[in-house]
Ligand binder design. Structure first.
Ligand SMILES: Nc1nc2c(c(=O)[nH]1)N[C@H]1C(S)=C(S)[C@@H](COP(=O)(O)O)O[C@H]1N2
Ligand SMILES: [Mo]
Length: 330
């Protein structure tokens, strides 16, 4: 887009991104102090606490739900055993451009998001378009916990326990018709509650994303309403966000207000901003480099350890043949 004034941090080479180097410095420091994984987690906590003297984990939430059982079929990635990222680390390293492009500041700036009341409109090519009160959705949907590996297009990763329900369960309620081939999802884009919306007018707000209906109905595709056993805090996309673990983070939009069944491939936020760098699919493919960096490895947050990125982020087996045609020859 010609009118982009400030490139987002992940459009400049990774080595030049300030938050990235900050993490590397922390890693060096952790190493120098002789601290192991536990030390790193604690260190993450003290870093976060240092911001304004507050903790990134709110002590209360707008919503509660009964404890959801962890589904052992989704253990977070490939063996060897994966370690779940410390909660305060995940809660203070976020991408949520509606607030800021500074990953370490999303948790403080997203204080202004008010999620009560909240509705989700599910409409378009379906027999029973419905606008759900979020509370009703919580009661209607089958909640479970799943541990998923999370991989950002910027080549960093975490492992996170989400609480949610399959998107399919919601789509089934509105009964998609035969014209429905794709799902278009839209985030809140309220400039009063979201300072980054007003201050970055060159972006095509509200944030919007899309999936094929087949992807949307895939059992891995989760609508998350919780994380670490409680409701989503604002920085993770309260009160409801998408989780597609075999796709890059940019597909997994936050604070969803609308889900629309459509006939044609919908435009997406990042595809509109830089179509040559962020395609509609956003699938984690270590063999297909980003235009400006390799996707072969990723940096585990917070230690900075470099690991090989697994095909489809470790979900190749479940994804099966869905992309045979798209990547023909690759
Ligand atoms: N509405 C909205 N959703 C979004 C984003 C965003 O800027 N706005 N960023 C995406 C990106 S790039 C990533 S990596 C993940 C980060 O999710 P997390 O902060 O919960 O780990 O959110 C995704 N969802
Ligand atoms: Mo991302």
């Amino acid at each position: 887009m010609a009118n982009i004034l400030l490139p987002p941090s992940w459009r400049i080479p990774e080595s030049q991104v300030a938050p990235e180097s900050a993490w590397l410095n922390r890693r060096e420091l952790v190493k120098a102090l002789g601290l192991g994984a536990i030390g790193a987690a604690t260190f993450g906590a003290s870093c976060a606490t240092a911001i304004g003297g507050k903790n990134p984990l709110p002590s209360s939430y707008d919503w509660t739900f009964p404890p959801a059982q962890r589904n052992p079929r989704f253990p977070g990635g490939q063996p060897p055993a994966v370690e779940i990222t410390a909660e305060d680390v995940a809660a203070s390293y976020n991408n949520f451009y509606e607030f800021t492009t500074a990953k370490d500041k999303v948790w403080t700036l997203s204080d202004t998001l008010k999620v009560k009341p909240w509705t989700v409109e599910v409409s378009g090519e379906c027999d029973k378009p419905t606008t759900f009160n979020f509370e009703d959705l919580l009661a209607l949907m089958p909640l479970e916990e799943r541990v998923y590996r999370f991989r950002c297009v910027e080549a960093w990763s975490m492992v996170v326990p989400w609480t949610g329900f399959p998107l399919k369960a919601l789509l089934d309620r509105v009964v998609p018709n035969s014209k429905a081939k794709y799902v278009r999802l839209v985030s809140l884009g309220d400039s009063k509650m979201m300072p980054g919306v007003a201050s970055q007018p060159w972006y095509p707000w509200p944030y919007h994303e899309g999936l094929t209906l087949e992807e949307a109905n895939h059992e891995l595709t989760l609508m998350a309403v919780g994380i670490y056993g409680h409701a989503l805090p604002n920085q993770h996309g309260a009160p409801i966000r998408l989780v597609t673990p075999w796709k890059y983070g940019y597909k997994q939009l936050k604070s969803i207000v609308k889900i629309e069944l459509v006939a044609k491939e919908p435009k997406t936020f990042w595809n509109t901003v830089a179509g040559d760098e962020y395609d509609f699919w956003g699938n984690v493919r270590p063999d297909i480099p980003h235009k400006r960096w390799s996707q072969a490895t990723d940096r585990v947050i917070p230690t900075g350890e470099r690991v090989k990125t697994p095909m489809y982020n470790g979900y190749a087996e479940q994804i099966g043949d869905m992309y045979k045609k798209i990547y023909a020859g690759k």
